[in-house]
Design a protein around this ligand. Sequence first.
Ligand SMILES: [Mn+2]
Length: 342
Amino acid sequence: MQLSMENIGRLREMLAVPSKIVVVAHTNPDGDAVGSSLAWREMLLRMGHEVTCVVPNKYPYFLDWMPGIENIVIFKTDTEGRARRAVEQADMIFCLDFNTLSRLEILSDTIAANTSARRILIDHHLSPGEEFDLVFSHPEMSSTSFLVYSIIEAMEGTDAISADVAASLYVGMMTDTGNFSFSTLTPALYRAVAVLAEKGIDIPQIHNNVYNAYTEGRARLFGYAINRKMEIIHDGQVAYMSLLENEMRRFGFQQGDSEGFVNYALTIKKMKMSAMFLAHRKFIRVSLRSRGDVDVNVFARKYFDGGGHRNAAGGKSYVSMEETIEHFRRSVEEFAREGGIR
Ligand SMILES: [Mn+2]
């Protein structure tokens, strides 16, 4: 789907006068959430706006190197109230890489409380919410960073992209496609990457910074999870894995350490769906991945109060790990009976 020129026109109008702007991304911000936010922030700054980037909680440590990341305010640990003040005073709130305000979790109410600010959604998840004044919703795009690239291209032209913006956008495009290995890998995406490469970004270095910067504990936790915790059901087509808090603690778990675990089961031949259950204090976070026609967005919506994309989705469970797994196994059987796993 092409960007709507009418939407670009409305966005241009909204940005015509210098404004106070908040850019917000989803809970457990990933490379795409952070990359798109930083890139959009820099573009808005250069248009003369006052910009504050806010995320609900900390991004993973392997993104610490990203240019400008120190400007992101982490709501959860923001004792000075910078995020709250910026949101209260905002004329415009850009919502990047999520589809409904509820995805902001601990930050939802604060954002929703500013009813006078215009809310602009820039996202690639299915089913955008109703709570936005302007919506750029492109589920066919592989990342929000690619969508932000497309908006910049339409509004300002690619000359406006600096090396830092290029690096940020590249991180988002790279991480949301599993280093360009899944999702919708279109010619247009590669043309965008070519433009970013022309800005002089160091692609091997970016790859190294993101994928080869884990702790020893993470490597050992990964081995433990695959060896001891992975279960395979449904005739070798579905795998799941669970981690309890004490197991994560034993390996010095940090936010972001479980990144990629859920994808790994899909390296097994004939595997169609993979699930990961990660215990948090108040609930269990469910991550789902699939191959081909198996639609985990549908599965997550139906059984785990979540959603996402066809091949990558998530949800939550508020019962114990045993009950969560039992529910998952029953759900897989029902989902398969109804034709969800072919
Ligand atoms: Mn994304």
